[in-house]
Design a protein around this ligand. Structure first.
Ligand code: HEC
Length: 137
């Protein structure tokens, strides 16, 4: 019993020592903050996620082809990753010959190494079509 009391006293001392330590509150907040944070496109965001192709705000107008291209497609179509037809090059000539309907379908559903919607599940079909129009123009 005496041992227990002693133990409690030691723990109590430790706790009060901890509490009395003058730690700046902001450093505590910094330490316990969540690991990740969510960014909403179009809003100020502290942490910039490189591929920030999230869902548009509810009721927001569909994003333009340029916005979609920059946010989602450029990662591959800018440099021609995995044989992706490069934006602004003759790579697109044989693709255009397939017709827009096919290109839309392949962009939305995927085609070989081209992932469905370029990997942007939150993008609407219309936005993906805008992205295709932008690259094919
Ligand atoms: C992860 C890389 C990657 C991303 C991101 C990506 N693409 Fe692609 N895309 C490819 C590759 C690779 C091909 C070539 C596939 C093939 O011809 O086998 C391709 C081909 C295409 C084609 C031609 C399909 C055809 O039938 O010839 C279209 C259209 C297309 N992408 C649209 C898009 C759009 C729009 C986006 C953005 C929303 C996008 N891609 C994002 C890799 C990507």
């Amino acid at each position: 019993m005496k041992k227990l009391t002693l133990l409690a006293a030691i723990i109590g001392l430790g706790l009060s020592a901890n509490l009395s330590a003058k730690e700046d509150q902001s450093s505590i907040i910094e330490r316990i903050k969540p690991y990740g944070s969510v960014c909403v496109q179009g809003k100020e965001c502290a942490v910039k996620v490189p591929v920030a192709a999230g869902a548009p705000a509810p009721g927001a107008a569909p994003r333009s082809g340029e916005q979609i291209y920059t946010a989602v497609c450029a990662g591959c179509h800018g440099a021609g990753v995995m044989g992706a037809p490069k934006y602004g090059t003759a790579d697109w000539a044989p693709r255009k010959a397939k017709g827009k309907a096919t290109l839309y379908e392949h962009a939305i559903k995927g085609f070989n190494s081209m992932p469905a919607k370029g990997g942007c599940a939150a993008c609407s079909d219309e936005e993906i079509k805008n992205g295709v129009d932008y690259m094919v123009q």
